[in-house]
Design a protein around this ligand. Structure first.
Ligand code: ZN
Length: 333
């Protein structure tokens, strides 16, 4: 048993309370490798933004959970070395799908876990979430739950259709489970293809797809039911066209990739939405930078020469999100 407190990590409780009061959202960035983690920590340290490092089931399979946990511990020390006196870093399990997985993360130094039982029937979702909450709270680890179903594909989590969260269920769910935050479905979606061309309209000037707007009426109804309760948005990458264009220009093929417009996320960040998950955008940045190097310097074979630029582009992306979309900069001096 390792407590996250010994590792210098924090849970989400205070982070979220401050974010709701301050009208901003905490970035939750997924990481799978060293370059990505370096970019996240550098961007957070330089902007003094609290940050949530997310480990998905796919990341655990790819990078090994032990290694990822020690990397997060290293990240705290790295942040201090960068001059961030009091780093506010949370290590969070993304889309935990069983009690055993959540328990092993709690026991292993995670400061926050998500139990995603949203695909189960309502009562089973409550029962499993409650079980995780009861265990995690003994160690002051915070728990995110999910109600409603997001469309899209994220590692092993996938669904063809979305079901918006039902506002009439949220009070009962939050009360009976004791969860600390709630991931809701209001039209965000996992992956780089959040919407089919049929769901979108086309901008007559650019010919680019314009996605349908988020269901802010559902968000408003949820906030009315649960005033001041921390709300989480998954699947909130914006799929920046500059990266998609770069990828396509340098030999890639991502036709009609489309995400959530940043002005909608900006609006959400000012509400009780206090955690916004961004994963696909950094994948796109990484890929765009690597493709550019490969296209321009076909003789290059030192991974540092293409992972380095990928890291730089991700860092730029993270800073942009923190400062221009979430507004979390300066909230963790
Ligand atoms: Zn997700």
């Amino acid at each position: 048993m390792v407590s996250y407190k010994e590792l210098g990590l924090v849970n989400t409780r205070e982070m979220f309370a401050k974010a709701i009061k301050g009208g901003y959202a905490i970035p939750a960035f997924n990481f799978n490798n060293m370059e990505q983690l370096q970019a996240i920590i550098k961007a957070s340290a330089e902007t003094k933004s609290p940050v949530i490092l997310q480990v998905s089931k796919g990341a655990r399979n790819y990078a090994n959970q032990t290694l990822l946990r020690y990397m997060a511990q290293g990240a705290v020390e790295y942040a201090k070395e960068l001059g961030w006196e009091h780093p506010q870093i949370c290590l969070h399990l993304d889309h935990g799908d069983s009690f055993e997985l959540c328990k092993s993360c709690v026991d292993f130094g995670f400061s926050s876990v998500m139990i995603d039982a949203s695909s189960l029937p309502y009562e089973e979702n409550i029962a499993l979430t409650k079980k995780v909450v009861e265990y995690a709270h003994q160690y002051d680890v915070t728990v995110e739950a999910e109600l409603g179903v997001l469309a899209g594909v994220e590692d092993e989590v996938s669904s063809a259709v979305s079901h918006y969260t039902k506002p009439e269920e949220v009070v009962d769910f939050a009360t009976r489970t004791g969860c600390d935050s709630l991931a809701i479905s209001i039209g965000t979606s996992h992956g780089a293809y959040k919407f089919t061309p049929e769901q979108c309209t086309r901008d007559p000037k650019t010919g680019k797809l314009v996605p349908p707007p988020l269901a802010f009426d559902v968000l408003d109804a949820i906030m009315e039911q649960l005033p001041g309760f921390p709300i989480v948005l998954h699947g909130s990458s914006s799929v920046p066209q500059e990266y998609v264009d770069m990828i396509n220009q340098y030999g890639g093929k991502l036709p009609d990739a489309v995400g959530i417009p940043e002005e909608q996320l900006r609006k959400a960040a000012k509400s009780a939405v206090c955690k916004i998950n961004i994963d696909s955008d950094s994948r796109l940045a990484f890929t765009a930078a690597v493709r550019k190097v490969f296209a321009e310097k076909p003789g290059e074979f030192d991974p540092r020469k293409y992972c380095g630029p990928a890291r730089d582009l991700m860092e730029e992306l993270y800073k942009h999100k923190i400062i221009n979309v979430l507004g979390s900069n300066g909230h963790a001096e």
